[in-house]
Design a protein around this ligand. Structure first.
Ligand code: ZN
Length: 457
């Protein structure tokens, strides 16, 4: 929702004009107290009578960093300010720069309630389209871009004011919000950001669009000749890329400095930072697109590129620790198509905080089972069942990865880990069956007779 109009070399009007289709609007309760506190924009006192009567026209609300003009009912307006302040705290911490100027916003629920002349004509078309626009005036002072103002005009849906506020923050504090993919991707993230929240939390249509469509390539997103305000679908791809890079453990550490370089116009590009990891990012990006759902955790599904695998043959036993709360994890075993392998998984894990523990055979319904997949040349094969103990014939060549079978968007509440061994089936001797081993705690417990003795005492 962001179109750059270069008015002159030193002055840019920055606009957003894309509507994400019909999202539920925040509904708060209306109350007497709220109504009394409203002020008219032009200084005329407006007094709300009963709780169900919203102010007739726009009123002004202020908080630490915002001055918001809106025709939203007072309680919704204050709720909006609270959300804006929370988001601003998060993003200014992320970019390491406290907000230096008040952000002025016009948030419109019903355009007919706004007197003529109360809105900048440049802001009205975006609002009529159900989107928003940030009109940034950026001047160059001593060679540096300095924004004198960046008023926001936004439709009063759940996400647009927050999206636009990210643009306004960037323009006011950095003089730019970066190239389209970064500017819009981060603004979309801002719309959804919650402190400490790593899970995907977006509108369902965004998830549906991403999962149903042919994936847009990274190159198309980053280097395509795209403009802001093009389509909500393009915003979905930009969000996906930024969300992945900001949350995946392999890329997050480089993403923040890249963003800062972009905002500070240091000339650093996506390729400079990630060019050497292009295949890895592409793989994880496509994997993310395939599995994205609300609740999905990029951090828990980060691919382990550093693990070294060795060919499971002869007396080689590949050992690994597999956590229930992560996606695919390396067993360090390299397998060959058609060869038979043996495995043994010791330990218990859980799929719910309060749930029962199970072993690698999982529940009768299959949840919690140890499952495998082969990774070869940045491609994944079909998932296949493993378990506590047994053999399998490799369906292809590749590195064996495994995980605890669970919904992809429900890994965060899993706990426990297994010790896994994988070896060739024709190894000199079979792996010990974990079921034959004494339970781990058994050695520590006194044997029944000894307990009887102690109870007698
Ligand atoms: Zn935008």
């Amino acid at each position: 929702m962001f179109r750059a109009l270069i008015a002159s070399l030193t002055c840019a009007a920055l606009m957003c004009g894309t509507a994400v289709p019909t999202f539920a609007q925040g509904k708060g309760k209306k109350g007497d107290d709220d109504a009394k506190e409203t002020r008219d924009t032009k200084g005329t006192k407006r007094v709300g009578k009963r709780g169900d009567e919203a102010p007739v026209g726009p009123a002004t609300y202020t908080s630490k960093n915002f001055v918001v003009n809106t025709d939203l009912p007072p309680d919704e307006a204050r709720d909006l300010l609270k959300r804006l302040e929370t988001m601003l705290t998060i993003i200014s911490k992320y970019w390491g720069r406290p907000n230096s100027q008040t952000i002025h916003m016009f948030v419109v629920k019903d355009l007919t309630k706004w007197p003529p002349g109360s809105l900048d004509p440049e802001g009205i078309p975006s609002i009529m389209e159900g989107g928003g626009i940030t009109l940034g005036v950026v001047q160059t002072v001593l060679g540096k871009p300095v924004a004198s103002k960046a008023p926001v005009y936004a439709t009063a849906d759940r996400g647009t004011p927050q999206h636009e506020a990210v643009h306004a923050y960037c323009i006011l504090n950095f003089g730019t919000s970066g190239p389209v993919w970064y500017s819009e991707g981060m603004a979309e993230m801002g719309q959804y950001w919650k402190d400490g929240e790593k899970a995907v939390h977006v509108h369902d249509v965004v998830v549906e669009h991403i999962r149903r469509s042919k994936p847009k390539s990274l190159n198309e997103i980053v280097n395509g000749n795209e403009r802001t305000g093009d389509s909500w679908q393009n915003y979905a791809w930009r969000w996906a890329l930024c969300h992945l890079l900001a949350n995946n453990e392999n890329y997050a550490q480089r993403f923040r400095p890249l963003g800062l370089d972009i905002l500070l116009k240091k000339g650093t590009t996506f390729e400079d930072v990630y060019g050497s990891m292009a295949r890895e990012i592409s793989f994880e990006y496509l994997f993310f697109l395939e599995h994205v759902e609300n609740g999905y955790r990029c951090d828990l599904c980060s691919w382990d590129w550093k693990a070294k695998s060795k060919l499971a043959k002869g007396s080689v036993v590949c050992t690994s620790t597999i956590e229930a709360a992560r996606g695919w994890q390396p067993t360090r075993a390299l397998v060959k198509r058609g060869e038979e392998y043996q495995y043994a998984a010791t330990g218990q894990w859980k799929l719910e905080k309060e749930g029962d523990e199970c072993d690698a055979d999982g529940s009768p319904g299959g949840e919690g089972r140890l499952v495998g997949v082969l990774f070869d040349d940045y491609e994944l094969g079909e998932e296949f069942d493993l378990g506590v103990y047994g053999t399998f014939t490799a369906p292809g060549d590749g590195q064996l990865f495994v995980r605890c079978k669970d919904k992809w968007n429900d890994l965060g509440n899993n706990s426990g880990k297994l010790a896994l061994k994988v070896a060739a089936a024709n190894a000199m001797k079979p792996l010990p069956n974990p079921r034959d081993a004494k339970p781990k705690g058994a050695a520590k417990k006194p044997d029944p007779d000894a307990r009887k003795d102690s109870e007698k005492e």
